[in-house]
Design a protein around this ligand. Structure first.
Ligand SMILES: [Zn+2]
Length: 363
């Protein structure tokens, strides 16, 4: 986030004037280092709407100052036409806003946003390329709007209301089809110089390894994601191994239909092979986390995303591999590794809260 500003309630000058106000007092307070949340507008109690734009659906919710969702709505993602996506966002905000007094709107989507939260630089699932989405939406919604990366939004929600509360250095990993990453350091989202930090999934963990859609080989997300789990299971099943009989039965022998979800469900039902496959992914997860700890030294890693349905089956081997590979092990405190607390709503809650408390609200 950019220049921090202290809390300021909409008062006599009205909401718009307060939103445009700017002061550096909060920056000074934060620089003192005593209260890493001093730059947030935590005094602001108004409601915000969070919108989570995924590849297949757009989910939105009214979120209060304690991170509770008061009401929710969703639509299908309308292809990749930017105007159609804007229209869906407007419809959802109008629908949800009818029963509530809404202060601001936060939009979370996969992709890279600029540091001001104004422009989508690139989105992999949607046709946004240097799209001035905030300006477009503020005009349509007549409210302050903030854009944020979906992994950043989820990390923010976990730090404010979930498994990362109270952490001064938090790293969040989202395990889905790939790996999303985000950091909350000293009460701020750490987004790098250009706003694109946190691409942990593309650290090269196996030179010359599996090809990644980013163009490289051997990226972490090719070994420790839901997609990686599905690929390993398909490979095992295609080898006609007798240990893969439950996997094959689950898809009526159609190997191509095996996904990470197939494996997690079978593991839950007790299939030993599926449990082993998840343990393997857990080991890769722990190895990557050890690399991140060497660079970032967080107090805690919070692991979220769909693959977390595997729970301790995934996280226990990750903790073991983390301890085994941590630089300076035995001579340093080690970060905790925990599952996320907010589930699939984290992105929506985080986007809403960021729009409410963030300093990136000035135009
Ligand atoms: Zn990659």
């Amino acid at each position: 986030m950019q220049i921090p500003t202290p809390g300021r309630q909409p008062g006599l000058r009205g909401r718009t004037a307060a939103w445009r106000s700017r002061t550096l007092a909060g920056a000074a307070a934060n620089a003192a280092g005593h209260d890493f949340r001093s730059h947030l507008r935590l005094g602001r109690k108004g409601l915000a709407i969070g919108v989570d734009i995924g590849g297949t659906k757009v989910a939105a919710g009214v979120v209060d100052a304690e991170g509770r969702i008061l009401s929710k709505a969703k639509r299908s993602t309308p292809g990749n036409d930017p105007r159609a996506v804007e229209q869906v966002i407007v419809e959802l905000v109008e629908e949800l806003g009818a029963g509530h007094r809404i202060w601001s709107v936060g939009i979370g989507a996969a992709g890279w946003m600029d540091l001001d939260g104004a422009t989508v630089l690139f989105s992999p699932h949607l046709a946004w390329r240097n799209e001035p989405l905030r300006e477009n939406l503020q005009r349509l919604l007549r409210r302050p709007v903030l854009l944020t990366n979906d992994a950043d939004a989820a990390a923010w929600a976990e730090w404010r209301f979930g498994a990362g509360q109270g952490q001064s250095r938090l790293v969040c990993i989202t395990l889905g089809t790939g790996i999303g990453g985000a950091m909350v350091m000293d009460g701020r989202l750490e987004r790098g110089r250009f706003g694109v930090a946190g691409e942990f999934g593309h650290q090269i963990i196996m030179p010359g390894g599996h090809r990644c859609e980013c163009g490289n080989r051997g990226c972490w997300e090719q070994y420790a994601s839901g997609n990686a789990l599905g690929r390993e299971a398909r490979e095992l099943a295609a080898a006609n191994s007798p240990v893969a009989q439950e996997l094959l039965r689950a898809v009526d022998g159609d190997v191509g239909r095996i996904t990470g979800v197939t494996v997690t469900e079978l593991a839950e039902a007790g299939d030993p092979t599926s449990r082993e496959l998840i343990e393997d992914v857990g080991e890769w997860l722990g190895l990557g986390l050890a690399n991140l700890a060497a660079a970032l030294d967080p107090g805690k890693f919070v692991i979220g995303g769909g693959l977390c349905d595997a729970g301790e089956l995934l996280v226990a081997p990750a903790r073991k591999a983390f301890s085994r590979n941590l630089t300076g092990r035995g001579f340093r405190p080690a970060a905790e590794i925990d599952l996320a607390a907010l589930g699939p709503n984290a992105g929506l809650i985080g986007a809403a809260d960021l729009s409410r408390v963030s300093s990136r609200m000035h135009t």
